[in-house]
Design a protein around this ligand. Structure first.
Ligand code: HEM
Length: 428
């Protein structure tokens, strides 16, 4: 399917009256519409958004799809509040993603992902996986992350001209995920393909709205995980995935289905997010020479600089909830069953919380950003994502002064992740 065909999906949304349509994936090809989010935070922090018509493809032909519409929640206060009121704003009712499940089967499939579960099931599974996913366990990956980062930096420095997305940003999380998930590094292109098809669903270059490509990727990845999980149950090794396959809480292990679902969530959650964090950080440093010098010279601590790059990039722009009863958010009435979307990307630029929010300040402290969410679904991979960026930037630090972008950045058409597909760059 061609880009033109997918762009035909860009039906103008009359409700936006000439302003960027925050619901439309194509809007984000030009970057996050920060000015529109700032306007919303000031004028209508919790406001109804009509969703645009989007084209979908399947063996049954071409169809158009329009979501139910939703309440867009844009201030830091309100995003924080909704995230913590999990009994009123459910992740499981209709899943945690903007797109409404089309069939009961789709909803069932989606609810197998931890991120789309509610208590008590969420609590049970999270307890089990968190017991494996501790900072200590993740710290065990530090040595291999260092080796991967060092090799990648050596390669791009030697090449001088490179594409920061495939050559740097995509490679590190994939190599780390292979270590984490027990996948041979040679199979990492599979992880790349599956996660592109699942997360890049709306982008013409990846899913292009093709429902079957999405289902196929889901099915293939599930089968792969099943084979891997069975092998690790029969013959445990000392990797994290063996521990996950065999971990028990209250005498119960994850079922095969639960194991595969969690494995698949890690493929997506640990791959795209960190990729976009790394490329977004490269772009931010290239665009802000003063800040880049502060980091290169050691004038600001690395850990704080990484927090600011996470705030600045906010790789996951939003997640969805569904109201379980009639309620309110900051005085705005919300009816039971309505869709509510919490915009981390907007919360992280809220001037009530961050001084000069549109300025990259690598020395910013405190930095209470919400890029990893907050509340019961707080990101399980936050520690790993931070470790990857700290390690990579530490290796890049001696070369930062000569880092430049050399061509236009191509962005992903996605209303969910803030990502680049291509970023020509140069070191030296
Ligand atoms: C910069 C990188 C990352 C960002 C910005 C990010 C962001 C997020 C956010 C916002 C949530 C909350 C979802 C919600 O409230 O509905 C989340 C959950 C989650 N993340 Fe991450 N993530 C990142 C990296 C990772 C990595 C590297 C992994 C694992 C390898 C991971 C695994 C997870 C999991 C399993 C959940 C679900 C937790 C739950 O539902 O209880 N994430 N992430």
């Amino acid at each position: 399917m061609t880009a033109t065909a997918a762009n035909a999906a860009t039906a103008v949304n009359p409700a936006t009256a000439g302003r960027p349509d925050i619901a439309h994936p194509a809007t984000y090809a030009a970057g996050v519409p920060h000015a529109e989010f700032a306007r919303r935070r000031s004028n209508e922090p919790v406001a109804w958004v009509d969703e645009p018509l989007l084209v979908r493809h399947s063996s049954a032909g071409r169809s158009v799809d329009r979501g139910t519409g939703y309440w867009a929640v844009t201030t830091h206060d309100a995003v924080f509040s909704v995230s913590r009121r999990a009994d009123e704003f459910s992740s499981g009712e209709k899943g945690a993603f903007l797109r409404d499940p089309r069939t009961p089967g789709d909803l069932k499939q989606m609810r197998q992902l931890l991120v789309s579960m509610d208590a008590p099931e969420h609590v049970r599974i999270r307890k089990l996986v968190a017991s494996v996913f501790t900072p200590r366990a993740v710290g065990g990956l530090a040595g291999s992350i260092e080796r991967h980062a060092e090799a990648l930096v050596e390669k791009v420095v030697a090449a001088e001209e490179f594409d920061a997305v495939p050559d740097l940003a995509a490679e590190l999380p994939l190599l780390v995920l292979c270590d984490l998930l027990g996948v041979p590094p040679a199979d990492r292109h599979l992880l790349y393909r599956w996660s592109n098809a699942l997360v890049g669903f709306d982008d013409p270059e990846f899913g292009g709205g093709d429902v079957e490509a999405y289902r196929t990727a889901f099915g293939e990845a599930f089968q792969y995980a099943l084979r891997l999980g069975m092998a690790r149950r029969e013959q445990p090794t000392d990797d994290l995935i063996s521990r996950l396959a065999n971990a028990e809480v209250d005498g119960k292990r994850l079922s095969d289905r639960e194991f595969c679902s969690f494995w698949l969530l890690l493929v997506v959650a640990g791959n795209e997010t960190t990729r976009h964090l790394i490329s977004g950080s490269v772009e931010a440093l290239a665009d802000n020479p003063g800040q880049r010098e502060r980091l290169a010279s050691g004038a600001v601590p690395m850990a704080g600089a990484v927090e600011e790059l996470i705030r600045w990039t906010t790789p996951i722009m939003m997640f969805r909830r569904t109201a379980t009863r009639d309620t309110e958010i900051m005085g705005q009435s919300i009816a039971e069953g309505e869709k509510v979307v919490i915009y981390y990307t907007s919360a992280n630029r809220d001037a009530d919380v961050f001084a000069e929010p549109d300025r990259l300040d690598l020395g910013r402290d405190p930095n209470p950003h919400l890029a990893f969410g907050i509340g019961p679904h707080f990101c399980l991979g936050a520690h790993l994502a931070r470790l990857e960026l700290v390690t990579l930037l530490t290796m890049l630090r001696p070369h930062l002064s000569t880092l430049r972008l050399t061509g236009p950045v191509t962005r992903l058409q996605s209303n969910f992740v803030n990502g680049a597909k291509s970023m020509p760059a140069r070191i030296g």
